[in-house]
Design a protein around this ligand. Structure first.
Ligand code: GLP
Length: 261
């Protein structure tokens, strides 16, 4: 894992740099997109770069991680609507190039299998942007999720519903109880994973992600098994990590290397 511990604005800039580097090599890249607050800075930074004309996302295809079940099609918190509003509209990607799990399917299990096939047919995810829940969930894979899981229906954990109530007028009973989510094994298929976490609320999950044992109790810890993960943290989210000096030095030498070659 590469761990970057940066100041607030630098987190979003570095995340956007990684996307921009990929697009320079592959303008038709396949991106994996997370919802939640954590990636918003990256999406907005990419939007600014698109407006300036320094980056072009019009050739990309994107797949989101997950979707609530049971929300009306036009609900502002339905993840398809969130990602069109917070990402596609900002960076100039057309809606048909944004794929989301089909929450309206009559056969939801079939829709999950279809989603896996759609990702494979697109050539797999080149760069997956991730957030992390306070209980260590990624996408909607809460504690106890199978480390080998693929896209499927899930009941949301109580902690996730409490955390997400802020998007539903702080009313727990308005938060959906079920979802479709990419599985942990689906996420691990991405070629590069970029996880962003900011703030003290995430510090406990972050230390389990980086230093903890690999365990379904803290699902994000499975990322330790992936060969190319970049974890972008602010100082608060990184506060319980061991070896932060090493991470800082390694990150600084990365920048020196980039300047040299
Ligand atoms: C939701 C999403 C996750 C996201 C997590 C953290 O539950 N399904 O993909 O990473 O929340 O959200 P935030 O970034 O708002 O803390």
């Amino acid at each position: 894992m590469e761990i970057a511990i940066l100041n607030d604005n630098a987190c979003a800039r570095f995340g956007a740099d990684l996307v921009e580097d990929l697009l320079q090599r592959k303008p038709t890249a396949v991106l994996g997109l997370a919802t939640g607050a954590s990636p918003l800075g990256v999406y907005r930074e990419l939007g600014r770069r698109v407006a300036k004309g320094t980056v072009n996302l019009s050739g990309i295809t994107a797949f989101t991680l997950d979707e609530y079940l049971g929300l009306p099609a036009d609900h502002p918190e339905r993840y398809r609507n969130v990602i069109l509003r917070e990402f596609a509209n900002l960076v100039g990607v057309s809606a048909e190039n944004i794929h989301t799990p089909d929450d309206s399917a009559t056969d939801l299990d079939a829709a999950c299998e279809q989603y896996e096939r759609d990702i494979a047919r697109a050539g797999g995810i080149d760069l997956q942007i991730l957030g992390i829940g306070t209980d260590g969930h990624i996408a909607f894979n809460g504690p106890g999720s199978s480390l080998g899981s693929r896209t499927r229906l899930k009941a949301l954990s109580k902690q996730t519903r409490i955390d997400n109530a802020r998007y539903f007028d702080d009313a727990l009973d308005k938060v959906p109880t079920h979802c479709i989510t990419q599985g942990l094994a689906t996420i691990l298929d991405a070629r590069h994973i970029v996880l962003l976490a900011e703030g003290v609320r995430k510090a406990r999950a972050v230390v389990q992600l980086v230093d903890g044992p690999v365990s379904a109790r803290w699902p994000a810890s499975i990322l330790q098994m992936h060969p190319r993960v970049t974890v972008i943290l602010d100082q608060s989210a990184a506060q319980y990590l061991r070896d932060t000096d090493y991470y800082q030095r390694a990150f600084a030498s990365r920048a020196e290397r980039a300047a040299q070659f």
